[in-house]
Design a protein around this ligand. Structure first.
Ligand SMILES: Cc1cc2nc3c(=O)[nH]c(=O)nc-3n(C[C@H](O)[C@H](O)[C@H](O)COP(=O)(O)O)c2cc1C
Length: 174
């Protein structure tokens, strides 16, 4: 079997999805990349909720500042994303549309405010054309709406690390 070159790409506003990405990297290695948009996002939560909804409704694809020059060299791509308005943040849609996933293995993961992954896994599956998309992992992260930002830390982080281990074993990813 060809050697696996792993990329762990994630989008994260308040650090929860990043925390999961780091747990995955600690477990199996790989290159860790945070997606950032060229234009600064609103700092204010309500303003981000509104801008995001507008972008989703109008299929706006925010330009990404993050470029991954050696993307083609990776055959295994983890994609981490929060749920925004029960769907993907449009920056993650930009990333999916900008890259060629043919013959790659894609492994999605998600954090959310308690309402679940929404459509993020089905959207990733739809956009990552030609990829084998493995079963994703989803966990409750922050609730910025109630002022809870980064919660995947301390004991919760230990528990999430165990769940990540079980998930990776179950999908046979080493
Ligand atoms: C713009 C925006 C929209 C959100 N929409 C949802 C939602 O529809 N459902 C949900 O469960 N959580 C929602 N959340 C909460 C995030 O999914 C949750 O806090 C997640 O852990 C944030 O990940 P991060 O810390 O990596 O940014 C939303 C957060 C933001 C900022």
């Amino acid at each position: 079997m060809a050697t696996q070159k792993t990329l762990i790409v994630y989008y994260s506003r308040t650090g929860n999805t990043r925390a999961v990405a780091e747990l995955i990297q600690a477990k199996i290695g790989g290159d860790l990349v945070q997606l950032k948009t060229t234009a600064a996002r609103p700092k204010n939560y309500r303003a981000e909720v509104e801008l995001n909804q507008e972008e989703q409704e109008n299929n706006v694809l925010p330009e990404l500042e993050t470029k991954i020059p050696n993307f083609a060299n990776h055959n295994r791509i983890f994609i981490g994303t929060p749920t925004w308005n029960m769907a993907l943040p449009q920056a993650v849609v930009s990333f999916l549309k900008e890259h060629d996933f043919a013959d790659k293995t894609v492994i999605p993961f998600n954090t959310n405010g308690g309402y679940g992954a929404g459509s993020v896994f089905t959207q990733i599956k739809r956009e990552a054309k030609g990829a084998a998309v493995l079963r994703g992992y989803s966990v409750k992260g922050g609730e910025e709406i109630s002022g809870r930002l980064l919660v995947i830390k301390g004991n919760k982080k230990v528990a999430v690390a165990q769940e990540v281990d079980h998930w990776l074993s179950a999908i046979n990813v080493k």
